[in-house]
Each structure stands twice: as C-alpha cells, then as structure tokens.
Design a protein around this ligand. Structure first.
Ligand SMILES: NC(=O)c1ccc[n+]([C@@H]2O[C@H](COP(=O)([O-])OP(=O)(O)OC[C@H]3O[C@@H](n4cnc5c(N)ncnc54)[C@H](O)[C@@H]3O)[C@@H](O)[C@H]2O)c1
Length: 327
C-alpha cells in the first residue's frame, strides 16, 4: 500500500518535493495545502490531489505523512501539530528558528512513534556522497575550510527578513553546518564574527569551529556575492592528502604522491537528482514504511540549530567562543 502523503507550502520547495514524490510509486500524493488558494489549487491539480488551506484540512483527507515546506518560521508549530495528529513528518530546513522550539520537536519526536526527517538534501548530492565514501574508506579530516555564498537574498521575498527566516544562516548556511558535522564530526564550540553589508541581517559571517576529536574548521558564508560558481566549496585536510568538493558534483582527491589529481565531475540524472531530492524523499518513504530508520534525524537537525544559536550568540559577544548546547 502506498503511503498517503500531503504537502503543506506549495512554493519552490513544495513543488520540487511533489515532483520527486511523483517518481516514487510507494507514495500517493493526496493533498496539497497553501495559504494562497490559487497556489494550492494549481499544485494539487498538477498531481491529481485535493487542494487544502491548512494542515487540519490535509489531515482530514486521511494522510499518513506530511511534507512541511513552509517559510522557516512556521516549521516548528506545523511540525508539532503534525506529530500531535499522529503523522510522519518530513520538514524542510531549518528544524526551527529557535533553540527552544528545536528542543520541543526533539522531545515530541522521542515521545512519538512517528518518523521525523530533516531536509538536509546535500547528504544525497553526488559530491558530498563522494566525500563521505572517501571518509568511510579511511580518509581522516584533521581540519577543513568551508565556504558557502548566495548571490543575493531577494528570492523568496521573505529571505532577508530575519523574523521569517530566523536569520541568514538558518536558511542557507545550515546545510553546510550539517555537512561539517556529518563529514568532520559534531561541532563542540564556535566563535563567529558577523557584519551587515548589503541587507538588514548579518550577511557576512566568518566562523571558527572545534569539532569532536579536536578537529578544526573555518567556515565563511555570505549572502550577497554573485552567483558565480562555486557557490559552495569544502576542503578537507588529511594526512598528506586533500579532499575537495565544489558545488554538488565536482570533486578532487589529491595526495602527496599525486598532488595534481584531476577534478572529477560526477554524473546526475537532472536537477532533482543532483540536489539529492529524489533519494532524500525515497529515504523518507522507506522510513514511513518501516524499511529503514530516517537517515537525517531530529537529533541531527537539533545539532544544526544548536550550532547556529551558538554562532549568533558568539557574534553578539564580539566573537567569543561559545559551546554548542546538547539536546
Ligand atoms: N533544501 C533545499 O534545497 C531548499 C531550497 C530552498 C528552500 N528550502 C526551504 O524550503 C522552505 C520553503 O521555501 P520556498 O523557497 O519553497 O518558499 P516559497 O516562498 O517559494 O514557498 C512557501 C509557500 O508557503 C506558503 N505559505 C506561507 N505561509 C503559509 C502558511 N502559514 N500556511 C500555508 N501555506 C503558507 C506560501 O504561500 C508559499 O506558496 C523554506 O523553509 C526554505 O528554507 C529548502
């Protein structure tokens, strides 16, 4: 039997997940909700699903799982309501825009028997899968240099509004915070400096992180560079070896013996595959069916929020190192 799925928030990401889910016969898209009626109607019609206004209406259709693809500030309340209604939840990032709400979600997930999966799609992107495979084959990163920049913060329109986004880093940098924790190790302390250069939010932030095992990471992120590639780059420094990724599909593994190793461009079957959405959504349906645990858990999601909370606290304290809170 296919898992009956609803999607709430039919903007860019809602539509991407609808397309990814439509490729999985184990998922049946039953309803699509959006605060804007015409948006809900169009997105639902494209999937042969019912348009809805809110989660209550979606739940009334008998859905078993919901994709929460709303602007950031709404994630926590809708996720908590969905768990209370007994639904499996896939939540787009960030988990929440406050540590307190993130903690409430961790507790509620632990007390439920429902799946919660966080939308850290980069874990399925070809370049990051490659890095992770190299680590599993024995590469040990002692330190790393990471950067991520956005060309602008104009789309969607709420992006530059910290009251809705939670702050610049809750929207975009949060992905690479998860990558750092996944590739280098959980982040134990962070020191950050920030400035507001082109937007009324901190849009230039530079961080120093200490990960478990005393591994060190420098992470720079900014919201106003051009869209020139690479928008993101990860360099992992090992024992006379270097692993580098640029964007989602370019990688290089250099060693002392082969310092000029060629760049590899890893294949993907289109945008949804390149960004990892297809596999990410498949993994969620696996978890709903009880075939595998969710690959990105509430604790992983909480860690990313705890790191951002520590980073913004550090900025407020002029760059003082701040320990990352536990769940
Ligand atoms: N993982 C990724 O690669 C990725 C990429 C982009 C965005 N995102 C995340 O996806 C989420 C959505 O981003 P987006 O770019 O699709 O935004 P968007 O503005 O394009 O879409 C949001 C939709 O939600 C609707 N909406 C707003 N408030 C609502 C409410 N209270 N109830 C019902 N509907 C409501 C809006 O009408 C809109 O259609 C954000 O959390 C964002 O951080 C993730």
């Amino acid at each position: 039997m296919a898992v009956k799925v609803g999607v709430i928030g039919a903007g860019t990401m809602g539509r991407r997940h609808l397309e990814a889910l439509a490729a999985d016969p184990r998922a049946s898209i039953v309803g699509v909700a959006d605060a804007v009626e015409t948006v809900a109607r169009e997105a639902a019609a494209s999937m042969g699903a019912r348009p809805c206004r809110d989660l209550a209406e979606l739940a009334g259709l008998g859905i078993e799982a919901v994709f929460v693809t709303l602007p950031n500030v709404y994630h926590a309340s809708v996720v908590l309501e969905a768990l209370d209604r007994g639904l499996h939840v896939f939540s787009e990032k960030p988990m929440a825009t406050s540590l307190r709400d993130a903690r409430r979600i961790v507790e509620r997930v632990a007390a439920s028997e429902r799946v919660y999966q966080m939308g850290f799609n980069r874990r399925w992107a070809p370049a990051y899968r490659y890095l992770r495979q190299e680590l599993e084959r024995g590469f040990v990163p002692f330190s790393a240099n990471v950067k991520m920049n956005d060309g602008d913060m104009l789309t969607p329109s709420w992006y530059a509004n910290a009251a809705i986004s939670g702050g610049f880093m809750y929207d975009t940098a949060v992905h690479l915070v998860d990558m750092i924790a996944w590739l280098v190790g959980p982040i134990e302390a962070v020191a950050a400096l920030g400035r507001t250069s082109c937007y009324p939010d901190y849009d230039d932030i530079v961080m120093l992180m200490r990960c478990r095992g005393d591994r060190l990471v420098a992470f720079t992120t900014c919201g106003h560079a051009s869209w020139a590639a690479p928008q993101e780059r990860v360099e992992l420094y090992g024992d006379h070896a270097l692993l580098v990724s640029e964007d989602l599909d370019r990688v290089r593994h250099a060693t002392r013996e082969q310092p000029h190793a060629e760049w590899q461009r890893l294949p993907s079957a289109g945008l949804l595959d390149l960004w990892g959405y297809i596999e990410e959504d498949r993994a969620f349906i696996d978890a709903c069916l009880g075939d595998a645990p969710p690959p990105v858990t509430a604790r992983d999601a909480f860690h990313s929020i705890a790191v951002l909370d520590a980073a913004y606290t550090s900025i407020a304290r002029g760059g003082q190192p701040v320990p990352v809170p536990e769940a």
